[in-house]
Design a protein around this ligand. Structure first.
Ligand SMILES: Cc1ncc(COP(=O)(O)O)c(C=O)c1O
Length: 369
């Protein structure tokens, strides 16, 4: 079976975990986490921005949202995202307001978002779907015109750039995921990145049950016994084990994963661009490190393609069931483009072990549709 997504881990990651067990001797949050955060800051490349690691992308979003909102605030968000984005918003007591996507990029449509602004709207939360941040300027112009904060769901966009700068080196608050199948993995994990000192202070405490100023002590292998707590906190910190895996993955991303992912997407684009029965998502793979490769299948042929892929031992994905169709987040309005896309979309395999022969096999199935 050709997997649609995969954790690409091996000896180097095992060694790093072994080192934590044998030599560091503490599996919880400690020095490895501090080192991973500094290495991520070096990678993003803007030292005004600080990185705080947590145990998932969902908790990164949850803490980022709580750091700048109060319960009842409304957040503009594309409906076409993983339910994690919506759950993080509602966990903070805020109201997700599902918006339409652009039919070519599948990124939030700001014209639709404009219609959904109310007095309670405080944040726009764009999702860089598949890794693509190409509507970056549009989002930030929209936010400043409407006096909104921006929280970027960059779960898919680790390593992508906009205007020559990495995601995580500019903007308001940026959230990453390092779950098992992301551009880099730490097993499970996530990070919040911002230049806003209040946000960083808040999320650093909130990830450690609200215990004030405990992070620096943890990095040194110490902890607070006498402390104060003023906010709701969570046990969301990253562990040394996760950070050790993440540190290896970051190096491998720079040396291998980023270019491999881009090349696979470029090859798919080349081999599928003449096929009239599928539409490719508009994206520039010079700037994007793709996390997934979704395509739109025309003429109601999506389910037939899904069947053909499975018959040929190729796994597929459906990214995503729109959130406004889930009972918890049901809307009184329709989102026509999102609903149409939902019936056309299918994700074909993309991870660093997809080689040329697998690409040929998969594109042949699609081209014979
Ligand atoms: C768009 C999006 N946002 C948020 C998340 C949440 O990340 P995590 O799985 O690390 O909690 C994911 C991950 O699946 C995602 O795809």
């Amino acid at each position: 079976m050709i997997r649609v997504s995969k954790s690409i881990v091996g000896k180097k990651e095992s060694k790093a975990v072994e080192n934590v067990i044998r030599n560091v001797g503490y599996l919880g949050m400690g020095e490895e986490v501090g080192l991973f955060e500094r290495e991520l800051e070096l990678f993003f490349g803007n030292y005004d921005y600080k990185t705080v690691c947590v145990n998932s992308g969902t908790s990164a979003l949850h803490l980022a949202i709580e750091s700048i909102t109060k319960p009842g605030d409304e957040i503009l968000v594309p409906s076409l995202t993983y339910v994690a984005t919506f759950q993080a918003i509602s966990a903070a007591g805020c109201i997700p307001v599902p918006c339409e996507v652009d039919k070519n990029t599948l990124l939030i449509d700001t014209k639709d978002a404009k219609k959904r602004i109310s007095k309670k709207t405080k944040v726009i939360l764009p999702v860089f779907y598949a890794g693509n941040p190409s509507n970056y300027s549009e989002i930030y112009n929209f936010a400043s015109e409407n006096n909104l904060r921006v929280i970027e769901d960059a779960a898919h966009a680790f390593g992508s750039t906009y205007d020559g700068e990495k995601i995580g080196a500019q903007g308001d608050i940026i959230c990453f995921s390092f779950d098992g199948i992301k551009n880099i993995t730490s097993g499970e994990g996530g990070a919040i990145v911002s230049s806003d000192k209040n946000v960083i202070r808040y999320v650093k405490d909130a990830r450690l049950l609200g215990v004030q100023k405990d992070s620096e002590k943890r990095y040194r292998g110490e902890r607070s016994w006498e402390f104060d707590v003023t906010i709701q906190g969570y046990r969301y910190h990253m562990s040394n084990i996760f950070a050790a895996i993440g540190r290896v993955q970051l190096k491998r991303f720079i040396n291998e994963f980023a270019s491999t992912r881009k090349n696979i997407a470029k090859k798919y684009t080349e081999l599928l661009s003449d096929q009239k029965k599928v539409k490719l998502i508009q994206m520039n793979y010079d700037n994007v490190v793709p996390h997934i490769f979704p395509i739109l299948v025309m003429d109601n042929l999506r389910d037939k393609l899904a069947e053909l892929l499975l018959e040929n031992d190729v796994q597929y994905g459906l990214h995503y069931k729109p959130n406004h169709l889930l009972s918890k987040y049901k809307t009184s309005y329709k989102l026509e483009i999102t609903e149409k896309v939902y019936n056309q979309i299918i994700t074909i395999p993309l991870h660093p072990e997809i080689n040329n022969s697998k690409i040929k096999k998969i594109t042949n199935i699609i081209n014979n549709l």
